[in-house]
Design a protein around this ligand. Structure first.
Ligand code: ASP
Ligand code: MG
Length: 407
């Protein structure tokens, strides 16, 4: 008998037929003698609808009230799924994050899980029930509801798997695994049987929206293998696990693109020690994440400092950028939203020299100008003009022969 944690995303439970389908899938594993702990997201786009309602009332919602509202989405789906299981003749119980006692810190809207109390879950499992738990939510030290950030149900599932020492953690959605790139953009994209945590983390933070990045970090930390598959078919999915299992020869595993980047240039800053420190501290202190950075010396001891931000941070960030630019004596601030970041990711890059050069050559041969470059152990990113983004993904996928990836 195994203890299995399964998570079903919003699309997988978006209507009654799909809820019944999920119930059947859960029951078929339960009938094999397994204990089943299920995490669900809110139905379809119901979280978006709640946010939309909220925005019609206020543009500046009280974070506590926002969480009070958003946690209702998952309360609907857990109750309906439990009823569907019961209707098919099996015992099930739904539990909210507060009933389980998924304890989080106080950061409303992006809380982190501190501790999970297993006792209620274990009691229900011991009674032979399928336990259905609301994803994305917890409770803080004041007994107020918190949420974990958009897409946070994946993180709930992994945290539960860690806390319960589950034998398996399976994440089901409408996507049937991890691909070498977005199959909607490149039809030749291949599905990976296996991907390492490190690669998955890079892909997730670079815009592949399959898994909540924090769930991958958590899985890596607790060494929990994640199985990613579709709830709509029985196609084999992708296993996310430790690097040791990697096919080491694979230098590049995936190509991603992020079109939600803005390029900011603080122009002609006096070339003095401490300038970059002041600029980026100001942004960091105000919770604005900066990604790629370059600085180059212009004439007359003045520098241009160019960096990228996520578009969501632009409105908030611009005020601080202008403030600090003035403080530092910069002459101008330029904003360019017409950019995209295309990246290649692969654990084997560490041992394969020339991977970055090959990427630059492929872009160059196709007349795509590179505006900025950043590299890390297992990824290389280039900032390019937005209109070239789709083409860049396609030619890089082709150039690194990801359609023929051997596992
Ligand atoms: N329902 C929440 C959201 O849409 C959490 C999740 O789906 O994981 O962000
Ligand atoms: Mg959702």
């Amino acid at each position: 008998m195994a203890l299995i944690v399964q998570k079903y995303g919003g699309t997988s439970v978006s209507n009654v037929e799909r809820i019944n389908n999920v119930a059947d899938r859960i029951i078929s594993e339960y009938k094999k003698g397994n204990q089943m702990v299920i995490v669900v997201s809110a139905m379809g786009d119901s979280t978006d609808k709640l946010i939309d309602l909220m925005n019609q009332i206020t543009s500046n919602p009280d974070p506590r009230e926002a969480d009070m509202l958003l946690t209702t989405g998952e309360q609907v789906s857990i109750a309906l799924l439990s009823m569907a299981i019961q209707e098919k003749g099996y015992k099930a119980i739904s539990l909210t994050g507060s009933q389980v006692r998924i304890e989080t810190n106080d950061h409303h809207n992006h809380a982190e899980i501190m501790k999970i109390d297993n006792s209620r879950i274990n009691k229900e499992l011991a009674e032979g029930k399928i336990v259905v738990i609301a994803g994305f939510q917890g409770i803080n030290s004041h007994n107020d509801f918190t949420t974990l950030g958009r897409g946070g149900s994946d993180t709930t599932a992994v945290a539960l798997a860690a806390s319960l020492k589950a034998d398996r953690c399976e994440i089901y959605s409408d996507v049937d695994g991890i691909y070498t790139t977005d199959p909607r953009m490149v039809t030749e994209a291949s599905k990976l049987d296996f991907i390492s945590y490190e690669e998955m983390l890079e892909l997730a933070s670079l815009g592949a929206k399959v898994l909540h990045p924090r769930s991958v970090e958590l899985a890596k930390f607790y060494n929990i293998k994640l199985y990613i598959a579709s709830s709509f078919n029985n196609q084999p999915g992708t296993m996310v696990g430790g690097m040791d299992n990697m096919e080491k020869k694979r230098s590049v595993t995936g190509v991603t693109v992020d079109k939600e980047q803005v390029k900011v240039t603080v122009a002609k800053v006096p070339d003095q020690p401490g300038v970059a420190g002041k600029l980026f501290t100001k942004l960091a202190d105000n919770n604005i994440n900066v990604d790629m950075i370059i600085q180059n010396l212009q004439h007359n001891s003045k520098n241009d400092i160019t960096f990228t931000l996520h578009t969501n941070d632009l409105n908030k960030g611009i005020k601080y950028i202008e403030e600090i630019a003035e403080e530092l004596g910069a002459e101008n601030v330029y904003i360019d939203e017409d950019v995209a970041k295309v990246s290649i990711v692969g654990a084997g890059m560490i041992t394969t020299p020339g991977t970055a050069a090959k990427m630059f050559n492929i872009l160059g041969e196709n007349n795509i100008n590179i505006q900025m470059i950043s590299t890390a152990d297992i990824k290389v990113s280039c900032l390019i003009e937005k209109k070239h983004a789709d083409l860049a993904v396609k030619i890089l996928h082709e150039g690194f022969e990801l359609d023929k990836i051997k596992l």
